[in-house]
Ligand binder design. Structure first.
Ligand SMILES: [Zn+2]
Length: 110
């Protein structure tokens, strides 16, 4: 599976919306002095190295990972309130733009 060429031009407005929504979520998430952004855009090699899904939204800059010491429940609620999908993965909280499988259905991945 690979990302279709030209994706960044097509998805750039969506990426900008995603970043805006994450930023709004961060403002609502309370004390984030202990949070670290640990992953955003990954190429397919890096994505495979970290065990990411072949259709991971990290491949198109529509997912971020957040680690460190912070109130995860409040963080997840704040991201969900922005319409984002936030999932506690144990070592980090993963925040993606769309429900799993959405980009595959839209033909972003082949
Ligand atoms: Zn992630």
């Amino acid at each position: 599976m690979s990302v279709q060429g030209d994706w960044i031009r097509i998805l750039m407005p969506t990426i900008q919306q995603y970043v805006g929504a994450v930023n709004s979520g961060l403002w609502q998430a309370g004390d984030l002095s202990g949070v670290r952004l640990t992953s955003w855009l990954r190429d397919t090699t890096r994505n495979a190295q970290v065990g990411g899904s072949p259709s991971s939204q990290h491949l198109v800059a529509l997912a971020t990972d957040w680690a460190g010491s912070f109130d995860r429940l409040q963080f997840i609620k704040a991201m969900n309130a922005q319409g984002l999908q936030a999932i506690d993965e144990g070592s980090h909280v993963h925040v993606q733009a769309f429900a799993a499988g959405t980009l595959r259905r839209l033909g972003v991945f082949q």
